[in-house]
Design a protein around this ligand. Sequence first.
Ligand code: C5P
Length: 217
Amino acid sequence: SHIPVITIDGPTASGKGTVAHKVAERLGFHVLDSGALYRLTALAALRRGTELSDEHALAKIAERLPAKFVGGEIFLGTENVGHALRAEEVGNAASKIAALPAVRQALYGLQLAFREAPGLVADGRDMGTVIFPGAKLKIFLTASVAARAERRYKQLIGKGFPANMEGLLADLHSRDERDMNRAVAPLKPAEGAHILDTSDMTADQAVEAVLEWYRHA
Ligand code: C5P
């Protein structure tokens, strides 16, 4: 396809989501928050009491996800789940089911469909390596564990969720470990990706860096 794609991959709480949305806004592009698809599947599974190891049942849930993205809001059926999706419990469950090949396969076509004119900014773990390997620009966004824990802490508290630093650090370590060491679509920089360490950068500085690379891509 000739429709341009910018992929932004990176670990939990690296600031991918914020940067992806701001870059998309500047360029007038669509956004794919691929993590939300894994979170939606996890949320639906948790609510139904589906075992997080039941690959077949989880893939079915992913395939039939009644998900809608409406102007920054996310719906599961008629329920606005934008808030519920951000809970750490849901993120942890998402990271567990994301290791299952049938679940990833079930969400593959849905992700490709987000590529619409005039362009797409896709954020996740495997956007540049698996889903959009031919992307015009690929970014691997990182930040130190300390910087990411602090961002996640502020984000959770800001949204009214309980949070404690020690628990968050432990969560980040186990999520990094799982996301980087799984057999399918592990988190790693895509070939040709620009590495952007945002530990000492504001979101706007990161956005400028991405836009500058895009101008020369
Ligand atoms: O980015 P976010 O924290 O919302 O993603 C939740 C989980 O979904 C991640 O920990 C990761 O395991 C999984 N994920 C993935 N591939 C993606 C996006 C997210 O495996 N492209």
